[in-house]
Design a protein around this ligand. Structure first.
Ligand SMILES: [Zn+2]
Ligand SMILES: [Zn+2]
Length: 87
């Protein structure tokens, strides 16, 4: 019986294919640091981390989404649909 690390090789190949796939999908680029994202909301959330002005945090357990202003935060907290998949 040979004990070649076949699984390790396969995993590496899968990781590379995955990375290529992600790079292809990532079309939203952060103007601050160049990091790329697959969705605009991901990019926006990331860019907010550069500003450090996220003072309002959703109080719904398990969510923790952050906002620039209290009205956005309140509106988000009121939205049942946004938290439907948390519970
Ligand atoms: Zn960035
Ligand atoms: Zn929330």
């Amino acid at each position: 019986m040979s004990s070649l690390p076949r699984t390790r090789v396969a995993t590496q190949a899968m990781l590379e294919a995955n990375a290529r796939h992600r790079a292809h999908l990532a079309q939203f680029e952060c103007s601050e640091c160049g990091q790329k994202f697959t969705a605009q909301f991901s990019l926006k959330r990331h860019q907010q981390s550069h500003t450090g002005e996220l003072l309002y945090v959703c109080s719904i357990p398990g969510c923790g989404q952050k906002f620039f202003n209290s009205s956005d935060c309140k509106r988000h907290e009121m939205s049942v649909r946004r938290h439907a998949n948390l519970q």
